[in-house]
Write a protein that binds this ligand. Structure first.
Ligand code: ADP
Ligand code: ZN
Length: 430
């Protein structure tokens, strides 16, 4: 099923013509209205109206997360405030958040992409869609909500957590589809089992849309088997609207990335050079339809590859494979993006903390921070140790919004680092 068959199955040459036209108009807009980009283009002597083909994108500057932070709050805005109707921010990182501003047209456009995604997987009017993603500053809830309403689904804005209520809503309103993180889907399965609710018999689910954090094919299979449903991988990031950037079709073999809205590049994160189809690289995206806040050559940090060949579903927009990781050392616990440097900064500012520490990721919801503390503290009162442990836990929680388990160790207890320290041990078997 198609939401907009013409654009979803557009010929490659037609698509490229459209991309070039949109790229040029995006560049003309930011060159006129965004001093940050104007300066960059001027330094590189790039004239938007002189761009002749899509390959020339490679001459343009990258935009990084740091650029977004440095231009917080309004620095990258390309329209006047009377055209801006919504703010979203990206979760979980240090310092200032990344602010993403939407015009009314941007919201329409984002909803339209979601509508494509949902209809592509078979959703129809009069189906019931329970949205278990966070509403608010996070894009996951609201952006998906608008798209689902656009399709005409009955949308239940349940938000995350509150498991008992989720279950009764699913039962009472006979929800057919859920939007959920993999970690919450697994947790919910445990609760259902404890309550004696059989998800295959006592619920009405047919589909789940799962994303916001990396997970493996094995996790998908596990969740599909538990619930007796189809799980579709959903990829997005706030900087590019949120969900709806790339989404699986019923073939479940890679995610179609909507190339009429995003110009897709894969670059080698070390050399910044192009990566051929089928090979892994960092996904770099340029918005082609954004009005309020266009972004060019955005370094997503996400590692993936372009799947060669045509998809059997008939869509011509290329597919990207499941994200295999990130170029930086960010990790995600409970859906929150965390950088090891955040933890290091907190630890190193606390009296009594030694030099070495290690983070172990035990599950999608749990992490342990092992930290060496000064020898003399072990010789003192136990109360002091407990206090220190509590202080560390609370300060970390304040910084990363997730409460880690904290273990205090004697100096030398952790393996010494040879060369680059291995700070994060990921024990998660997804
Ligand atoms: P959030 O606030 O959603 O965490 P961000 O925009 O900060 O929003 O997070 C987006 C990041 O989440 C992506 O860059 C990617 O690393 C990760 N992500 C989102 N969806 C997926 C997915 N389906 N598979 C793997 N990683 C994903
Ligand atoms: Zn397809």
């Amino acid at each position: 099923m198609f939401w907009d068959k013409k654009i979803e199955t557009i010929s490659r040459s037609g698509l490229e013509r459209l991309q070039l036209k949109r790229l040029k108009s995006t560049l003309a807009g930011i060159n006129k209205n965004v001093p940050f980009y104007k300066d960059k283009l001027k330094k590189l002597k790039i004239k938007p109206d002189k761009i002749r083909n899509l390959e020339e994108i490679r001459n343009l500057p990258f935009t990084t997360r740091e650029d977004l932070r440095a231009n917080y709050p309004y620095g990258l805005l390309a329209v006047s405030l009377d055209h801006v109707v919504r703010l979203h921010t990206s979760s979980g990182t240090t310092g200032k958040p990344k602010a993403i501003l939407f015009s009314r047209k941007d919201i329409e456009q984002a909803a339209d992409l979601i509508a494509r995604c949902l209809v592509m997987t078979g959703m129809k009017k009069n189906e019931v869609f329970q949205n278990m993603m966070s509403y608010g500053m996070f894009t996951g809830g609201l952006v998906m909500h608008y798209g689902a309403e656009k399709v005409g689904l009955l949308v239940i804005p349940a938000g995350p957590g509150n498991t008992d209520r989720q279950i009764s809503l699913m039962q009472d309103f006979k929800s057919n589809a859920i939007h959920i993180t993999p970690s919450f889907a697994l947790y919910l399965a445990d609760v259902l089992e404890k309550k004696g609710v059989d998800p295959r018999k006592d619920l009405f689910l047919k589909r789940a849309y799962m994303g916001a954090e990396p997970y493996t094919e094995a996790t998908r299979n596990k969740i599909e088997a538990i619930y007796g449903i189809d799980v579709y991988n959903s990829y997005g990031l706030s900087e590019m609207n949120g969900p709806g950037v790339a989404f699986e079709c019923p073939e479940k073999n890679g995610m179609h990335i909507w190339e009429d809205n995003f110009l897709v590049e894969l670059v080698d994160p070390k050399t910044n050079g192009p990566v051929p189809e089928g090979k892994e690289g960092e996904l770099v995206l340029t918005t082609l339809c954004r009005e309020a806040m266009p972004i060019i050559r955005y370094r997503t940090g996400d590692l993936t590859s372009i799947i060669p060949g045509k998809c059997r579903c008939g869509r011509t927009h290329r597919r990207v494979s499941r994200m295999t990781g990130r170029t930086d050392d960010m990790f995600i616990v409970r859906g929150v993006n965390i950088f090891p440097q955040q933890i290091e900064r907190v630890l190193m500012a606390i009296q009594g903390v030694g030099r070495n520490y290690q983070i172990t990721l035990d599950s999608l919801d749990d992490m342990t921070v092992k930290v060496e503390i000064r020898k003399e503290l072990f010789d003192g009162k136990v109360d002091h140790l407990v206090n220190l442990q509590n202080t560390i836990t609370e300060k970390l929680r304040d910084e990363i919004m997730v409460r880690p388990r904290v273990e205090l160790l004697e100096p030398g207890a952790l393996p010494p680092s040879e060369g680059k320290a291995k700070r994060v041990l990921d024990n998660r078997t997804l």
